[in-house]
Design a protein around this ligand. Structure first.
Ligand SMILES: *Cc1c(COP(=O)(O)O)cnc(C)c1O
Length: 372
């Protein structure tokens, strides 16, 4: 590959921070966990933050802490990374998909009410690609129907809507720190809430069901090992301390792409919605409607042949083989999602992507499009 889809941005500061932990006696359950949690809670402006070993574990713990399980339905979007839906299923609850808004690509709030039943307990919206548009409307509907909101903010660190940070909308919210996210801990995630009981439950569940006072071999409830080590947390603290710089770099890369690709009528270029600040996660173009799925896949293939790593974020969650088998979805179940999914091209996008590299990506794409 000449240009990768994603690269982490690790400076000497991160390396030093990790080495410091390695020289200490506390590799896990030490002081860096609390320090990362406190810094993160402060950044998002929430009372509690609970560090876990992945975003997926975090979402799953939200389900358990809220008591969601067999017989309960959770409304979510089929246009997302699969963990949004599988975390619901891991708890034994049923994901109920609602189609997306063709502009924001987030769950279409106007279509939610028709899917609410007696069994509906929660809504799990995703700020997909970092776009927070519509999350406020989802919360209004949830409030009206007395439903809990579990906010999957795993792609949206640093985004705001009307000045309000993403991660403050849900009763519980989750971020993730895989290396392609805005900040990374290698692997990791964070659950946020203002409710001490929910936070305490997550603390217990991530640590083998131990309670606050109990000893190492005292298990209050069925728990898991979803702990995040002090090594990971030290990396997270250093990354979070650079968050403004990181978001500015990502914003700059997005701007370069927008400037070069803006006036090409073959492409729909992502833009920051009104009243939003985007913490850019990825840069995902869409091809104009006249292009087919087959043409999109040829474009992806040819980009890769030119050494430029691209991806098809996301194929429809409801058409993944295990979902079809379990719930009987078929093509046409969610037409807006399916029409968006056949048109997406995720371009290389990371903090230190240079202006020249952006130009090479755009030139290569345009040359391929000229020949399609
Ligand atoms: C990244 C991501 C997650 C969590 O991913 P992990 O790899 O488990 O940290 C969850 N939901 C969405 C939408 C994501 O993009």
């Amino acid at each position: 590959m000449r240009i990768y889809l994603s690269r982490p941005d690790i400076t000497e500061k991160e390396i030093e921070a990790v080495c410091e932990v390695l020289r200490s006696p506390s590799l896990s359950l030490g002081p860096k966990v609390r320090e990362f949690e406190e810094a993160f809670a402060k950044y998002i402006s929430r009372k509690r933050a609970v560090a876990v070993n992945s975003g997926t574990s975090g979402l799953f713990l939200c389900m358990l802490a809220l008591g969601l399980g067999p017989g309960d339905e959770v409304i979510t979007t089929p246009f997302t990374f699969i963990a949004s839906a599988t975390s619901i299923m891991m708890a034994g609850a049923t994901p109920v998909f609602v189609d997306i808004d063709p502009e924001s690509l987030n769950i279409d709030a106007a279509k939610i009410e028709s899917k609410i039943t007696d069994r509906t307990k929660a809504i799990l919206p995703v700020e997909v690609f970092g776009n927070p548009a519509g999350i406020d409307k989802v919360c209004e509907i949830a409030k009206k129907h007395n439903l809990v909101v579990i906010e999957d903010s795993c792609e949206a660190l640093g985004s705001t809507l009307s000045g309000k940070k993403v991660g403050t909308f849900g009763t519980m919210s989750v971020f993730a720190f895989y290396p392609n996210k805005q900040i990374t801990t290698g692997e990791g995630g964070m659950v946020l809430t203002d409710d001490d009981d929910l936070a305490d439950m997550c603390v217990s569940l991530r640590n083998q069901g131990r309670d606050k006072t109990g000893g190492w071999l005292d298990h209050e409830r069925l728990g898991y090992n979803f702990r995040l080590s002090d090594i990971n947390c030290a990396l997270g603290i250093a990354q979070l301390s650079r968050i403004e710089q990181i978001l500015a770099k990502r914003r700059q890369v997005a701007k370069w792409y927008q400037q070069i690709l803006a006036d090409d009528d073959r492409l729909i270029v992502p833009a920051e919605p009104d009243d939003c600040d985007m913490g850019w996660f990825v840069f995902v173009l869409r091809l104009a409607d006249r292009f087919t799925l087959e043409q999109r896949d040829v474009i992806l293939q040819k980009m890769k042949e030119q050494g430029i790593q691209v991806s098809n974020y996301f194929p429809p969650a409801h058409l993944q083989p295990f979902m079809v088998e379990r719930f009987g979805y078929s093509k046409g179940s969610f037409p807006v999602t399916e029409s968006v999914c056949k048109s997406t091209i995720a371009l290389p996008f990371y903090n230190n992507l240079t202006k020249d590299e952006v130009a090479i990506v755009c030139k290569t794409l345009k040359e391929i499009l000229d020949k399609i």
